[in-house]
Design a protein around this ligand. Structure first.
Ligand SMILES: Nc1ncnc2c1ncn2[C@@H]1O[C@H](COP(=O)(O)OP(=O)(O)O)[C@@H](O)[C@H]1O
Ligand SMILES: [Mg+2]
Length: 227
């Protein structure tokens, strides 16, 4: 079993510089998780949801403030350490699956294991175990084009989980799926969140999924408020 996971966001501000002005997107965002919680985030388009996920996932840096994962502040890491950190600690699931069309399902799931050597003892076995858990064991040699939208998104989830990351960040993961398929995909994320003991953060507009989460946050006027 993994060590206990933690996420701490302290007084995070984020603004973007444009040619003639500065756009402030996040102001004074702070929260901290206890153990492997599930968090849901909602708010209007343009309110900073994706921006916050990018900061947590170390794809971008806060203008000020600090983010720490498992007690390690992202501020102190070099570019190489950040790349390794993203690969090992973070799993991203986007609205579009971002699978590589020329590779099979199994190869797509294995891609994150190839960046850094010797991190996982038997990546192939883990990939097949995950694909079994998500009900796609009979699709491992298919190409993404041969799958349905829901199946592709399930493969994207398996790829996000392959390195046993501490945090799974999902940015509108069911935005392109019909209602029933969306529910199946969210259920799968929950099942895996519980068995793998990770922190699950999901941005969604799907209101009938919100009650399943441990904590709810709403983005409004540059802040992210727990409700
Ligand atoms: N890289 C960027 N450069 C400049 N502005 C950005 C950038 N990323 C996001 N923004 C701006 O930040 C605001 C919030 O965007 P975003 O976080 O994508 O919102 P949401 O995901 O809630 O729809 C928007 O006004 C957007 O234009
Ligand atoms: Mg967004």
């Amino acid at each position: 079993m993994n060590d206990p996971v933690s996420l701490r966001i302290s007084k995070v501000y984020k603004s973007f510089e444009h040619i003639h002005h500065t756009v402030s997107v996040l102001q004074d965002v702070s929260f901290e998780t206890v153990q492997c919680q599930s968090l849901v985030m909602t708010g209007p388009s343009g309110s900073g949801k994706s921006t916050l996920l990018h900061l947590i996932g170390a794809l971008d840096k806060p203008s000020s403030g600090e983010i720490a994962i498992n007690g390690t502040s992202l501020l102190n890491l070099s570019e190489l350490e950040l790349a390794k950190f993203r690969n090992q600690m973070i799993g991203f699931v986007f609205q579009d699956h971002h699978l590589l069309p020329q590779y099979s399902v199994l190869e797509n799931v294995l891609i994150p294991t190839m960046a850094f050597k010797n991190m996982s003892p038997n990546p192939q076995k883990r990939a097949i175990d995950l694909l079994e858990k998500i009900g796609l064991a009979d699709r491992i040699s298919h190409r993404p084009a041969e799958l349905s939208g829901g199946e592709r998104q399930r493969v994207a989830i398996a790829r996000a989980l392959i390195n046993q990351p501490s945090i799974i960040l999902c940015d509108e993961p069911t935005g392109n799926l019909d209602h029933d398929t969306a529910n199946t995909v969210i259920s799968l994320l929950f099942d895996l969140h519980q068995t793998e003991q990770n922190i699950l953060v999901v941005v969604t507009h799907n209101q009938d999924l919100e009650h399943r989460f441990d904590r709810r946050f709403v983005f409004k006027e540059n802040s992210c408020i727990e409700v």
